[in-house]
Design a protein around this ligand. Sequence first.
Ligand SMILES: [Zn+2]
Length: 385
Amino acid sequence: MTGLPETTQLLAELVGFPTVSTDSNVDMITLLADRLAQAGAKVEIIADESGRKANLWARIGPDVPGGILLSGHSDVVPVADQAWATDPFDLHEAEGRLYGRGTCDMKGFIAAAVAMAPVWAERATRRPVYFAFTHEEETGCLGAQALVKLLEGRENLPSIAIVGEPTSMRIIEGHKGCFEYSTHFTGLEGHGSSPDHGVNAVEYAVRYVSRLLDLKEQLKARAPEGSRFEPPWTTINTGALVGGVAHNVIPGRSRVDWEMRPVQKSDGDFVKEDLKHFCEDILLPAMRAVHPEAGITTEVIGEVDGLEPATENEARDIVMELTGANGAGVVPFGTEAGLFQDLGMSVVVCGPGSIEQAHKPDEFIEVSQMQECLGMLDRLSRKLG
Ligand SMILES: [Zn+2]
């Protein structure tokens, strides 16, 4: 079994790359690619258009279906404006904890998965193990969305995915999605004394928000049976309503920033379909009766699918067996898991470290969590031969 010292050494190297989401992650991805390639992996580095960001996709073992994917994001949240006791990009060990930005979220898991490369190479003779390390998860799963697009339609994709976000090694089989939108209203400016000669973009935005409030109520009745989410239904939040300049001016432009957190894909479709008809059949005809150029456009800021709990989930069954857990839960935070579920994989989120420490100053991971993770991966590797 690959030991803790090698894993900690690799984690120190990974923490040393300041891969804040807005900055380049290419050096870290290159190092991981080298380590995997040395063990005989077939590695692909997929850069984005800028060349400053890259995803890694790699396989150790035969090119056959039924593989197991280990997935993690390479980026970390910023350290600016946080008071750290030590250099966040210099791994520091004290009292059974490893301190550094990204230790729990989620370079600890990546280090464990890659430090074991020689073990995977020896044992993955029947089923392959895959690695997906992505960019810009923290700013909207941008890397994973690009990766999933690339993988669509490929043959022999893995059938199981373990996303190693920090769950204290608990098994998570569900989380909500996160869809964010900005809806822009273009009306016609005019003098406040003649409201019928203008198209008041703020008033139309208010009617739109009012529709969002109706939908917010309707979604409660659509909560799936036995939903364990908190709250159990899909939520909508209006985050900002922006527009207008003065009391006596009809505002020509406005914007509504809103989000929805779907517990199931069909709720997202339900809301989008309803709003489409509301705009096309009610708001736009009224706006255009006064000003034919009036319009409503919705800009998609991000649509990251949730992880829908599934009755049959091979990933959950295997990881339960490997960890001895007797159940699986749901969490309120989002991950890349839903994207892999969309590709037809059975998926769980399970990784070392606590989400309590993520994104905070003096982020750390307990050494015991790293050991637990290595133990789980070691048992997993025995399933591949
Ligand atoms: Zn994370």
